[in-house]
Design a protein around this ligand. Sequence first.
Ligand SMILES: [Zn+2]
Ligand SMILES: [Zn+2]
Length: 574
Amino acid sequence: MQSNNVAYQFPVRPRPLKNESVEGYILRLGAMNGRNTKNRIADIVGIRLTDSMYEVGNPRYRTLIESLSKTIRLEANQLDNFFVRLSFPLTDNDRFIQNIKLDAPRVCSTCCSHDESRYIKQDWHLAHHTHCDVHQVRLIEKCPCCQYPLQSTAAILNGCSKCGLQWEDYCALPTEVPIYQKVFQSLSQVEQADYISVLYKALVIISRPYDCAYEPLRKVPFSSTDIVYQLNQAFAFLTSKQFQNKLYKMRKDKLLADEKLLFLSKKQIDNLVLLPQIKRPIYLMQHISRMVCAPIEDNGFINKPREKFLVNGTEYCYQVSKNTAASLLQLDIKSIDYLMDSNRINFVRQKGSTTGAFIHLFEIDLFIKMLTNTVKIKRHVGDVDNLISMEKLRKGLKFFNADLTKLISILIDNPIQLYYCSPVVTISFNELYVDRDDITSLLEEQFIPSFNEQVSNTKIREMCFLNKEQYSALKVKFKLTDIDVKYKYSFVSPKKLTTFFTKYMLLNRWVKIHDVKLKSLIKYLETQPDLIRNLLVNEHNIVLYENTEKLKKALNRFLILTSDEPQKLIAFCF
Ligand SMILES: [Zn+2]
Ligand SMILES: [Zn+2]
C-alpha cells in the first residue's frame, strides 16, 4: 500500500526535448499519461501549477523542478539542465508590455504533425514569435477550422479540442518569416533583451496612434487586428523615419481638426502630439528603411480602467496623464492632486501605479471655465489697473506661507474677479490676471492660520524679508525659541508664531507685499500721532508695530496716497 509521503510518479516518463518549453513539457507529459488538463497533471506533481513556474530562473520554477523531478525519476539538477533560460525576463515592469508571454502557446501544425517534432518550443509562447522558422509557416493561435482560440491543455499537441481538427490533417501555407522575427534571431542575447523592449514600445505606440498618454500594458491584449500586421508596423516605426513622420502627421491632423479641442492653443496641440521617444538601436541601422506600411490601424490597446473611463462615447485620445494636465494648465502636480482629491476634476487611477492617473482633456477645460466663469477681458495691463498675472503672483506665494495649491483653493472658494489681458482666451493659468489688493487680502487672511503646520526658520525669515542678523535679533527679543530640529531645518513653535503674527505687524513684510518703500511709510506713520506709542521696535532696520485697527487704517490710507488715486482717498475718508 502506498503511504501518504510516497510521491506519485508518471508511468511514462519522457525527457524534455531540444528547446522545449517547461509548460509544453508538462503538457506533453500529461498527454502521454492520459492526463489532459493542468489540474490533472498537478495532481501527480503535487503542487498547484502557476504561470511564473514556467519561466526558467524564476524562484517558483525551482519549486516546480524539485517536485516534477520526483515524478519522472530524475535528479532535479538533471531535469533543470534540459531547459534553457531566456535572454530576457518574461515579465519586466519597465517594459511597455510588461508580460510578453501568451496565455496559451501557439503551435506549428507542421511540427505537430510528426511524432518526433510534436512538442512546444519555448519561443512559441512569446508574442513576437509568430512563425515556425523550420517550416516557414505561421504559428496557429486559433483553430483554422472553427476559430476557437487554442487552450493550454495536452490536446493542443494534436489538434483542436473544440472541433476535433487534427494537425496532421491540416496543411499550413508556407510564408516568409517576418522581418521583426528574423532580426530578433540574428541578435546577441544582450541585444535581444534591448530589442524586445523597443519593439513592444513601438507596438503600443502604433496600436493606439492617437493616444496622448502612453502607459504600459500588463499583457498583450486581445485584439481583432492581426498581431503579425501590428508587429510589422511596429518594426516599420522603429526603422523608418517616413513612417514616424506619417504617424506624427496623422496625430496632428486629427487633433487640430477636432472641434472639441478648440480650447487648446496650437502650441499645446504641438506638445500633445509629440510621440514618446524611442532610442533607435545601432543594430537596427542596417534595416533602416523607407517603409511606410499603410494604413495605420487604430485598435485602441488601452488598459481596462481607461476603457471604463471612456464616458459618453469619448475617445481614448482625450485622456491625458496628470503630468500632461499639469503642463497644459501650467500648474504643478500637487495642484492637480488637490483638484482630483477635492473632486474638482474627474479622473481614473493608472493601473499598477500608486500616483499615476488619467484625466479627460475636457475636464481641464471645464475646470478653467469654472474658475473663469465671469472672466473679464482687459486691454491694458499695468499699474493703472493694479492687476497682477498668476505667473507673477505665484512667485510671491512663499511670502504668504502659501503654495500654488493654496492659491487655487482660494480662487475656487472666493468670488474673485479674474481677467484676461488678451482677447485670446486660453486654458493657461499663468495668463489669468487678478486685482493685486483683492488677492493680497485673501492670501493674508490665510497667513496666520497657516501656522497650524510647522514652518522652518528659513521659511519664516524669507517670509519676513529679514536677513540673518535681523531675524535672530527678532527671535531673541520675542522669545521665539526653537522647538524642533529635523535634518538641517529648525522650527519655531506654531503656537508662538500664531501669537506673534496676531499681535504684531512687521512692516518689513508689509511694504514688500504692497510694493512700497519702507522709509516713506515710516515717515508717514510718524505723522500719525495715535500710532507712535504702538511702535515696538525700530532697530536693526526692523519695524514692528502693535497690530491695531488704527494701524490698519493708517496703512490703507498710505496705500491710497502712494497709488495716486485721490478719488479712492476721498471715498475712503468719507
Ligand atoms: Zn514547424
Ligand atoms: Zn477547431
